[in-house]
Design a protein around this ligand. Structure first.
Ligand code: PMP
Length: 402
């Protein structure tokens, strides 16, 4: 069934405002998404009705908060199709999840970590830090001029020394959708662990971690209509059970003496300290909201928007689009002779919110010999009228700037 973006839009109070006397056109969804009433309500209800610290309390509120938090874990597990909820570790976000994995791995000189040119800094720097610590080597899958990864080179870079292969499902900079199933299968066949950065795919694509076949998947709640400060690291039990804990503190222990500490089972082994309880509950509300709409309807609607934006923007004089035609979520472009920062600033005057710059992908920008792009990114509440407003605003701004 086609998605009714106007009904959906009405669920997002922030979108009703004007900016500079124009209706807000929010096209910075790859940076963060807006929040529907269902999520705002879940957050408010938590603090108004059941706020308490979880797991150790004997009182009514502590039990209510604990069961809501653990029910949220079950909701996330269903969304991911995880084999068990204990494989769902709540984190602060994708960056936090990747740092967790990079921190608990032990590598040796000669070992290799393989990432791709399309990665966000959060899927580059933690691996560089791991390599610096261990003497391992970082290798990078190159990309073609159309912003897709060079699959032949990827196959060639996989060796018996590849201990970790980490790449995104959808590029936040170019909207490239990587062929994750084939890539994961190839990396697993080479004996590597695999981590998928699913920060950008989560709002757009259904996920089945058992079908994917990776060892780790990291996501951020705030990209999928949930608050900031909550995310998930999914990890295969057999892999996580064999790895050491990360941060030490309350909750992650079984027993502490000054002589020795024993560690808790999954998922608590990786959840030291008081977690973001409200965030987990709100994330579950966001996932329920998204599933209520359905990923088929989301893909159909957002696909229409991004194709219309690509058609409109590519018809403007001097326009260059980055990434392949079948991009998802984000559309990056440049106008000859116009700096992306000036363009973004001018169209903001017209109420249109986009992102400009390197999108935390400086090595990718360097690969294309640019300092940045202008990026429009789409969500379930965007409309074709907003795509039209974007194209008109860019057209007007470009004639003012040239
Ligand atoms: N990876 C990708 C592909 C992203 O788009 C982002 C956020 N822009 C991140 C990782 C980092 O996510 P967070 O800042 O929520 O930790």
């Amino acid at each position: 069934m086609a998605l009714d973006s106007l009904t959906i839009r009405a669920e997002f109070p922030i979108l009703a405002q004007e900016v500079n006397g124009r209706p807000l056109v929010y096209l910075d969804n790859a940076a963060t998404s807006q929040k529907p009433r269902a999520v705002l309500e879940a957050s408010r209800r938590y603090y108004e009705e059941i706020n308490a610290n979880i797991h150790r309390g004997t009182h009514h509120l502590a039990r209510a908060a604990t069961s809501a938090h653990e029910a949220a874990r079950e909701t996330v597990a269903r969304h991911l199709n995880a084999a068990e909820a204990a494989e769902v570790i709540f984190t602060a976000g994708t960056t936090d999840g990747i740092n967790l994995v990079a921190s608990i791995l032990t590598l040796s000189p000669g070992d290799e970590v393989l990432i791709s040119t399309l990665e966000h800094h959060s899927n580059i720097v933690p691996w560089q830090m791991l390599c610096e610590r261990s003497g391992a080597t970082l290798k990078v899958i190159p990309c073609h001029d159309d912003g897709t990864l060079d699959q032949e080179s990827f196959r060639g870079l996989l060796t018996e020394r590849t201990k970790m292969t980490a790449f995104n499902w959808i590029s936040n900079a170019f909207g490239t959708v990587n062929p994750v199933l084939e890539m994961i299968a190839a990396a697993k066949a080479a004996g590597s662990l695999v981590l998928i950065d699913a920060a950008q795919s989560t709002p757009h694509l259904a996920m089945d971690v058992q079908a994917l076949g990776a060892d780790f998947v990291a996501i951020s709640g705030h990209k999928v209509y949930a608050p900031t400060g909550i995310g998930v690291l999914w990890g295969k039990r057999e892999v996580l059970d064999a790895l050491p804990p990360w941060r030490g503190g309350g909750e992650m222990i079984k027993e502490v003496t000054f002589a020795k500490t024993t560690y808790n089972d999954l998922p608590f082994k990786y959840e030291a300290g008081t977690p973001n309880i409200e965030g987990a509950i709100s994330l579950a509300a966001a996932l329920d909201f998204v599933h209520g709409i359905g990923f088929d309807a989301i893909a159909e609607h957002e696909g229409k928007l991004i194709r219309a934006a690509a058609d409109g923007l590519s018809s403007l004089p001097g326009a260059k689009l980055y990434g392949p035609d079948d991009r998802a979520g984000a559309l990056s472009f440049a106008l000859e002779g116009v700096h992306h920062y000036d363009l973004g600033t001018l169209i903001d005057q017209m109420g249109v919110a986009v992102r400009t710059g390197h999108h935390c992908c400086q090595p990718l920008m360097a690969r294309f010999g640019i300092t940045g792009t202008t990026r429009a990114s789409f969500a379930i509440y965007n409309t074709l009228e907003e795509v039209d407003a974007l194209v008109k605003a860019v057209d007007r701004a470009s004639s003012m700037l040239r």
